[in-house]
Design a protein around this ligand. Structure first.
Ligand SMILES: [Zn+2]
Length: 314
């Protein structure tokens, strides 16, 4: 099988298996997927705003005209995977129960305010606008899930078997993987950032590692990540290596009495320093500290972005 080129737009990966890719996979530039059965299809995720989602739906129309989208699965609650939900009219929206409960945490209006607000720190404002300024969050209302599940859900899409596996909490509280056994393919949402640095919102990191083991254990050959190029399981295992490394290094510094922000600066990322958004080490170390000390006051999103912005500016 030849590698799928990492170019923007529609790619047919195999019979009935499609991806919509958005290089370069940095902040907000997410991928989506489409599983096409007999006369009907299932969409995996929408994009960060309605303009991008409309472009994707137009681009997929040659396929979906004869196989309309009857089901939309949101892999998790981050906006770059669900803010376009409203445009997929008539589809049943499915997510894990944990994802449904997490949707209200960062609504489009809050992100809109975050991008446009006076944050009192020019460096932070430049970073936030660099990350999210290309997207239009104004006026978006997210269509919530119509149906939720815990653990596992088996679906049939026009004769094609599709398995949903809830493997979070990891990247978020309710991460779900969409597995198509007949094509040995998994759409894994943000359990995989390829070429960019994984970002841990929920954790624990060890559970994300276990999630990757579960995906590899499914026997898949093709993996569509939430961000980055289509890959195989070798790339997933690199993500696992990074998470395992960060957990060990951060834990050592926690027990040595080092503050989280300093620990993140102190860790030598070695081969992973070249991945995009390496400053996410700040958020990732904070999550390790939170799990080691459950009484710790959680760092808010502005604090985390401030640490990442200043880390990137070193
Ligand atoms: Zn994402």
């Amino acid at each position: 099988m030849s590698a799928t080129p990492y170019t923007v737009g529609h790619h047919e990966l195999a019979d009935g298996i499609h991806a919509w890719l958005q290089p370069d996979g940095g902040w907000g530039w997410s991928n989506a997927g489409l599983v096409v059965g007999d006369g009907v299809s299932l969409l995996v995720d929408t994009l960060f705003d309605e303009r991008l989602t409309a472009t994707m739906l137009d681009g997929l129309a040659p396929v979906t005209d004869t196989a309309p989208i009857a089901t939309l699965v949101n892999t998790h609650a981050n906006g770059d995977h669900c803010f376009g939900n409203r445009l997929v009219s008539g589809a049943e929206v499915i997510s894990s129960t944990a994802t449904a409960s997490e949707l209200a945490d960062i609504p489009p209006s809050l992100l809109h305010a975050f991008v446009t607000a006076d944050l009192g720190d020019e460096l932070l404002e430049r970073y936030v606008r660099g990350a999210f300024g290309a997207f239009d969050f104004a006026g978006i209302e997210v269509a919530p899930p119509d149906r939720t599940f815990d653990g596992h859900l088996r679906l049939e899409v026009g004769g094609t078997e599709v398995e949903l596996w809830e493997l979070g909490p990891a990247h978020t509280r309710g991460d779900v993987v969409v597995h198509v056994p007949s094509a040995a393919t998994a759409f894994v949402g943000d359990l995989a950032f390829i070429g960019g640095t994984p970002l841990v919102w929920a954790g624990p990191l060890s559970n994300w590692c276990r999630a990757i083991d579960r995906i590899v254990g499914l026997g898949v050959r093709t993996v569509v990540p939430g961000h980055g190029p289509v890959c195989g399981t070798a790339e997933l295992l690199e993500v696992r290596d990074y998470l395992d490394f960060v957990e060990r290094e951060a834990t050592e510094r926690f027990h040595g009495g080092m503050e989280a922000a300093e620990a993140a600066r102190d860790i030598d990322l070695g081969p992973w320093a070249g991945w995009g958004e390496s400053e996410r080490i700040q958020a990732n170390v904070e999550v390790v500290y939170r799990h080691l000390d459950p009484g710790r006051e959680p760092a808010d999103v502005v604090t985390l972005f401030s640490r990442m912005a200043h880390h990137a500016d070193r």
